[in-house]
Write a protein that binds this ligand. Structure first.
Ligand SMILES: Nc1ncnc2c1ncn2[C@@H]1O[C@H](COP(=O)(O)OP(=O)(O)OP(=O)(O)O)[C@@H](O)[C@H]1O
Ligand SMILES: [Mg+2]
Length: 377
């Protein structure tokens, strides 16, 4: 998949721009606060119908304007499509179009799959379990359109069940009402767990390979699904529904006493271990960076294997953070395969990428192509 053209209208600090992107490499440089991240946000928004920076879409509309529009011309399996997404301040509604035909969100998303890598991703290793769940949930959502729905349905059931436990306590311990909530929780929760189990396993294997080459075979990465239901979840033929139902049964009294659901995917975590040591506790800055890079490279391969196409890679401010060796390994892994869009404050810092693809300068919501750079485009 490729994004060939990008048109923004009243999106963030862009009044109107039209860009033709290189099929492989695009570099956007500029001082701080000029609009580099806004561009990546726009591409990601056009792809997923959601911003990676805010849940409040009003922020996307240029100050003083009524609506914002992002339009991308894409190439997908040798076919060209025009995707357009607009958000209207007054109606607070989004509209999705493909080739001029209005679509629902589900019909629209999934054509382009972005892999985003920003400095904030580094927090995934050391941060809260919630961040690690979010990392995997976003990944699964990109390749499995129904996952998002399954997850939000689970969360809805969880909220209602918690409410019941909190207000009714021990009174409902053996009630038919609790049994019926359990049934729903188990059904929805098992769907979520099954997808997480698959994704963590597959991504883990791919990340281990990438990590091995990034560390010159000195370090071994393992990625492990830590479920509140215990180790058994990760065994090959586990019946997740039965396991979940039994575990709930055992915990019922405690849940009624404490007024909350103690087991299920909302309590999941993912363990990253480097040479068998928990990376959350022991990884150095450099090791966290390498681990994240390995996960991103694995994500690219995972998406390719699941969707048949390479995703597009959006690197916000991270490329210059990598050392020469890691940069080289990254470039070797994606070169001529993955369309990449990189931002940074200075072209020199991006070394290595000189004289390839397109170099753009971003200044106060305007984008200029530097002709001298584009040697082979
Ligand atoms: N809705 C909006 N309307 C107008 N301007 C906006 C809007 N939202 C954000 N901006 C402005 O866009 C500017 C550029 O933001 P962006 O995050 O893209 O900068 P950047 O080039 O990535 O900078 P840095 O190098 O610091 O990351 C910000 O200064 C911000 O004030
Ligand atoms: Mg930025």
């Amino acid at each position: 998949m490729r994004v060939e053209t990008l048109v923004l209208h009243n999106f963030r600090n862009y009044q109107y721009i039209e860009l033709a992107l290189d099929a492989y490499l695009n570099i956007f440089v500029g001082a701080n606060a000029q609009g580099k991240t806004n561009l990546l946000e726009a591409i990601n928004y056009a792809a997923l119908g959601r911003s990676f920076r805010t849940r409040n879409e009003e922020e996307l509309v240029r100050w003083g304007s009524e609506a914002c529009t992002v339009q991308v011309g894409i190439q997908l399996q040798q076919q060209r499509q025009k995707l357009r997404l607009s958000y209207d301040l007054q109606t607070k509604k989004k509209k999705y179009f493909c080739n001029g035909v209005e679509l629902s969100r589900t019909e629209y998303v999934g054509r382009i799959i972005p892999v985003l890598f920003t400095p904030e991703d580094l927090a995934v290793v050391k941060g809260s379990p919630q961040l690690r769940r979010k990392f995997f949930d976003e990944l699964i959502g990109k390749i499995s359109p129904l996952y998002e729905q399954d997850l939000s349905r689970y969360q809805q059931i969880l909220r209602q069940r918690n409410q019941l436990l909190k207000t009714q306590g021990a009174k409902i311990l053996h009630s038919a009402e609790l049994a019926s909530w359990n049934e729903q929780l188990v059904k929805q929760g098992s769907k979520v767990m099954a997808k997480r189990k698959f994704a963590i396993h597959r991504l883990g294997l791919l990340a281990r390979l990438a990590h091995r080459s990034l560390t010159g075979r000195k370090e071994t990465l393992t990625v492990h699904y830590l479920s509140s239901l215990g180790e058994e979840v990760t065994a090959p033929n586990t019946n997740l529904e039965a396991l979940f139902a039994q575990a709930l049964e055992k915990q019922a009294a405690a849940e009624c006493r404490l007024g909350q659901t103690l087991l299920g995917p909302h309590r999941d975590d993912i363990l990253f271990a480097i040479n068998e040591k928990n990376a959350r506790l022991y990884a150095s800055q450099g090791q966290q960076r390498t681990l994240m890079l390995a996960l991103k490279l694995a994500e690219i391969e995972f998406i390719k294997s699941e969707s048949g196409e390479f995703p597009i890679l959006l690197l916000d401010d991270v490329f210059s953070e990598l050392d020469q060796q890691r940069r080289q390994l990254l470039v070797a892994a994606i070169e001529e395969k993955v369309q990449t869009i990189i931002t940074g404050t200075a072209a020199e810092k991006l070394g290595l990428m000189q004289n390839r693809g397109k170099l753009f300068t971003v200044e106060r919501g305007r984008v200029r192509l530097n002709d001298t750079h584009s040697a082979n485009s």
